[in-house]
Ligand binder design. Structure first.
Ligand code: ADP
Length: 566
């Protein structure tokens, strides 16, 4: 309170006005008292003159000592200097008359003396020194000053109370308003007054409450929008009429490699250096029609939709984009797959049709050769059947439609069975088959579907025999890595190694792709579909494993399937 300038201004003004009024009243009152006193003294002296008139007249007429004595007595009693003059003589009685400066303070009364005939024979002068009056006035002044001091104290006290009553609420309102300006909303000003100041405080509190509520709502809305935009997979960039970024969400930053808060208020071209996008934004803003485009961004494809924002005052655009690279890749895969399948189907079908036509054109009667044509049809039909079966099983594995029955499957018997199946084929080709498990570990087992494991082994052994010339060897071996305690679980590595034609280094990476063949003619000749290794890869992955290959042309290949140990 004592630091408030308003308080001091009001308080000092109040005190000054009060003190000045008191002083003015006091001096007016003193002046009036003084005049009153003078008047009173004069009347008193006039009375004295009247009292003295009889002995004075006697003294002027007779000069009797008795008359003089009475005059003196009276003068002594009333304490005034009395001069009686007449007949050239003067009688002075009472106290010494005042002299000099004091004379001005004196009160004086005069009365003519007349004889019986009414003729003026002399004069009475009564003078009283001013001291007594001055003393009375001083005493009065002193008393007034004492009253005034007490009164001034009281006035100051009341003033303090009154001014505080006004300044306190003003200070409280000031505090609340400042706090609000500093961002602390929902401030309450605590003012107990019932007057206009109290009403002002109430209005302030209501306003602050409303403002706080509106702000909360705004914040909540802002937060919701930020959450929605932040959670979107699509990148969103809002742009103003000058092509500057107003806002960008996290996904946009991720897609284009910028930090959203850093690009805000910067030109779009600085955030995303892509002219196609910039042109689309310009076109959208200028033509007020949405634009759609695809842009290539660092080996990725993005689908972009630019929607113009048309407001009363503002123009701009919203850019929404998403990464369609994966979609595009899948589309390409599907297209390639359809093309490949058509191509694969076309070859055996053409052969079947050619053989059938030859037979129809008369070869059916050629007893010696018709068997060859019919056999051709049979072989190609078999190829078609194998191809379709491979495609179906690949589709099933890929779509995970066929639930696998995962068991602990012992490796040794599975390999043994597979080699038995291919024994004859290998023998015909002149390829040696061998199997080798780890020493002293006859019961290594994997977690797999038994039928799936059989398909994996058959495909790998079939390929190994197919791509190994006579005199070569195919060897299936396996080993188990124990899982460390608390570490990754153990795995079983199954190797199918051959001494065959091998695969050139640059093609190794592609052998697991569908329909990929290193040597198309040779593969077809061998009755391959180009799907075998794809099936192996997908099966191994379905069992939580993987497949890899290590190969050298003319030396041989080694396919390694890793499956979880059981
Ligand atoms: P295919 O039916 O043609 O054998 P795969 O998917 O099984 O199809 O194999 C794809 C290609 O990988 C084969 O065409 C072949 O060129 C190559 N390949 C597979 N296994 C071997 C192997 N053991 N030795 C050499 N090349 C192989």
């Amino acid at each position: 309170m004592l630091k408030s300038r308003l308080f001091w201004k009001l308080f000092l003004a109040f005190a000054l006005v009060n003190l000045l009024t008191a002083a003015a009243l006091m001096s007016a009152s003193l002046g009036w008292q003084r005049e009153e006193l003078v008047e009173l003294s004069r009347r008193e002296l006039t009375s004295v003159a009247v009292l003295i008139e009889a002995p004075a007249a006697e003294w002027v007429a007779t000069r009797s000592e008795d008359a003089a004595r009475r005059v003196r007595e009276l003068a002594e009693q009333v304490g005034a200097t009395v001069r009686v003059s007449g007949g050239g003589e003067e009688l002075v009685a009472g106290p010494e008359p005042p002299r000099g400066a004091a004379e001005q303070n004196t009160v004086h009364a005069q009365r003519p003396l007349t004889d019986d005939g009414g003729r003026v024979v002399g004069r009475i002068d009564v003078t009283r020194p001013g001291e007594t009056r001055a003393e009375a006035l001083a005493a009065l002044g002193e008393r007034y000053t004492r009253y005034a001091a007490v009164l001034a104290g009281l006035v100051l006290l009341v003033g303090f109370g009154l001014v505080s009553h006004v300044v306190g609420p003003v200070q409280e309102l000031d505090r609340a308003a400042r706090a609000m300006a500093a961002g602390a909303y929902r401030q309450r000003a605590f003012v107990g007054n019932n007057d206009e100041l109290g009403q002002l405080a109430q209005s302030f509190n209501r306003m602050s409450e409303d403002l706080g509520r509106q702000l909360d709502e705004l914040r909540e809305r802002d937060h919701r929008q930020a959450t929605v935009l932040g959670g979107m997979i699509e990148g969103v960039i809002a742009i103003d009429g000058r092509r500057h970024v107003l806002f960008a969400n996290a996904a946009a930053g991720k897609l284009f490699g910028f930090f959203p808060p850093q690009v805000e208020a910067r030109p779009l071209l600085e955030a995303v250096r892509n002219h196609a996008l910039h042109q689309a934004v310009t076109a959208a803003i200028e033509s007020r029609t949405p634009q759609r485009l695809e842009i290539d961004w660092e080996e990725r494809v993005m689908s972009v939709q630019v929607t113009p924002l048309v407001g009363d005052k503002t123009t701009g655009a919203i850019v929404v984009m998403h990464d369609t690279t994966e979609l595009r890749r899948l589309e390409n895969l599907r297209r390639d797959f359809v093309a490949n399948v058509s191509h694969e189907l076309k070859t055996p079908l053409s052969a079947i049709k050619a053989n059938a036509e030859t037979l129809l054109r008369g070869a059916v009667d050629d007893l010696e050769n018709r068997g060859r044509f019919l056999q051709g049809i049979d072989v190609q039909a078999d190829r078609l059947s194998v191809l379709i079966q491979d495609m179906l099983s690949l589709a099933r594995i890929e779509s995970a439609q066929q639930p696998f029955a995962i068991h602990a499957v012992p490796i040794a018997p599975a390999v043994q069975e597979c080699l038995q199946d291919y024994e004859q084929q290998a023998e015909v080709k002149g390829v040696a088959l061998a199997a080798a498990g780890p020493d002293g570990r006859p019961d290594v087992r994997v977690k797999a579907d038994p039928e799936g494991l059989r398909i994996i082994l058959n495909n790998l052994v079939d390929n190994a025999i197919k791509y190994t010339p006579a005199g070569g060897a195919v060897r299936v071996s396996w080993s188990e890595t124990d899982g460390a305690a608390g570490g990754p679980p153990g795995v079983v590595r199954i190797q199918v190694a051959d001494t065959g034609v091998g695969i050139p280094g640059e093609k190794i990476a592609r052998v697991f792709e569908r329909f990929y063949r290193v040597d198309e003619a040779r593969s077809r000749e061998m009755g391959g579909t180009g799907l075998g290794l794809s099936i192996v890869k997908h099966l191994a992955q379905s069992f939580g494993g993987s497949v890899s290959v290590d190969s050298r042309p003319k030396e041989g290949s080694r396919f390694v399937v890793t499956l979880p140990a059981a």
